[in-house]
Design a protein around this ligand. Structure first.
Ligand code: CMC
Length: 431
């Protein structure tokens, strides 16, 4: 017999039965689409802690067991055996590419990395000290003004070219935001370099001398991009889907995703980790900060700890921790005071009753900030890097949503607790 859930209203004694849907993995979901029509009641779930917003075949997370799969493949295996372009192909197409498909995809992405020359002038409109996320949000959204040839979201060819453009151009947009903040000339992309390598090249090369990207750092960057490529229906991805559900163009939707990612509870956490480590300043002050993190009356939280979904170790954090050691070894960084504080903080938090009980483990952002800092990437660029990696996931999720026959404009309802209807008071009579 098909599984159902019956809801009973105790006052009237009425009951309604709802079908339960099973996915290929993960918890079943109760299909409540008819709930309002049947009961004249809404469901209430701020933060969507119990609500599935869509059907998806892209990413699966088992937070209790620390599992993350993209199109069925464990993140550990993808990070170990693939480059970022292969993972992007997998995301977009559902299958890993063969050798021919891989090189064609790499070629196609590479040949869209340049920005329209007029986009350059956008940059000069920003203050030099603008946050790179503000610049990325503005420039990514502005791309819609340049590609009128591909804005018909009902046309699969248009969706494909827009998706490629977004994935290809995001490293250029991010690197130029950094160059602009320094007052250095923009460095144009190079077609002989891989995706991650090209990004590092555009960040650190200047026209004055030859610049060779360190292959170990390029590999580390590639892995970091893979680890951030997608993460199911998180805040920014849900923002992209919600923006796209109205039929908005993909450039506008990705700009919305960037805006959502910027917050410190989401992608902004890697930047917040570094700020926190600097604020702690010395290992001797760690107990004081741990005490604050546990204090209910103090809003301070240990940045880089905890996750809405992972209640076991974040599998991305484990790979990130290894990558962190590789990068520090390659750069011969032995005494890094911030790293020392980070490692000690991790050790203490993992042994502390409060963190154990609440299942607060280091998340992906705890280590990424340390790696970026060692690579010479400024703190304000950390979240920008997250955005460039996540663009692949956003674009894939956006495509899946548009192709979903069940797709409707996203329109949540509310529990209204404001004033009920009341009589209007003319200005003269107001006290
Ligand atoms: N430090 C101290 N206490 C914490 C922390 C933390 N980092 N995170 C959660 N808690 C406590 C929280 O106070 C609450 O305690 P209580 O039950 O006594 O009220 C309990 O743990 C559950 O917290 P919550 O806020 O209800 O959990 P959530 O699922 O809504 O929040 C989170 C998840 C990631 C927003 C949160 O853990 C947090 O703010 N972490 C720090 C920011 C961070 O590192 N964010 C990056 C997330 S990973 C990258 C990404 O995917 O964007």
């Amino acid at each position: 017999m098909a599984k159902t859930v019956t809801v009973k209203e105790n006052e009237s004694g009425k009951s309604w039965t709802y079908p339960v849907l099973s996915g290929s993995a993960g918890p079943d979901v109760v299909d409540i689409r008819k709930f309002y029509a049947d009961t004249d009641m809404f469901t209430y779930d701020p933060g969507f802690t119990s609500t599935g917003s869509c059907e998806s075949k892209i990413t699966f997370i088992d937070g209790d067991n620390g599992i993350l799969l993209h199109r069925g493949y464990p993140i550990e295996e993808l990070a170990e055996n693939c480059n970022f372009e292969e993972v992007a192909f997998l995301m977009l197409n559902g299958e890993l590419p063969n050798a021919e498909q891989k090189s064609k995809f790499e070629h196609d992405i590479t040949y869209h990395t340049m920005l329209h020359e007029q986009v350059r002038s956008f940059y000069s409109g920003f203050r030099r000290d603008a946050h790179p996320m503000a610049v990325m949000c503005g420039v990514a959204g502005a791309l819609a003004a340049f590609y009128h040839d591909s804005l018909d979201i009902t046309n699969p060819a248009h969706r494909k070219i827009s998706s490629y453009r977004l994935i290809a151009k995001m490293p250029t947009i991010a690197a130029w935001a950094y160059k602009y903040s320094l007052g250095q000339p923009f460095v144009y992309p190079r077609n002989d370099l891989g995706y991650a390598e090209n990004f590092l090249y555009m960040m650190f090369a200047t026209p004055c001398e030859e610049y060779k990207v360190n292959p170990i750092l390029a590999k580390a960057m590639d892995r970091i991009l893979i680890l951030h490529a997608d993460h199911e229906q998180n805040a920014s991805t849900s923002t992209v889907r919600l923006a796209g559900s109205s039929g908005a163009n993909p450039f506008a939707c990705i700009a919305a995703g960037i805006a959502s990612l910027w917050g410190p509870a989401h992608g902004g956490a890697n930047e917040a980790v570094l700020t926190m480590l600097k604020e702690i300043g010395d290992k001797s002050r760690i107990p004081e900060f741990i005490k604050r993190a546990k204090d209910k009356n103090d809003s301070f939280r240990l940045m880089g700890f905890g996750h809405r979904v992972y209640k076991n170790y974040d599998p991305r954090a484990r790979i990130m921790s290894r990558t962190c050691s590789e990068v520090l070894k390659e750069l011969n960084i032995k005494d890094n005071p911030l790293l020392d504080i980070a490692m000690e903080l991790e050790r203490i938090a993992l042994e502390d009753e409060y963190f154990i009980e609440k299942k607060l483990y280091p998340n992906v952002d705890f280590y990424s900030g340390i790696i970026f800092q060692a690579m010479g990437i400024p703190v304000t660029m950390f979240t920008a890097l997250f955005a460039l990696a996540r663009t692949t996931g956003w674009v894939t999720q956006w495509n899946e949503m548009i192709e979903d026959p069940q797709q409707k404009i996203g329109r949540p309802r509310q529990l209204y607790t404001g004033a009920p209807k009341r009589e209007f008071v003319p200005l003269k009579k107001r006290k």
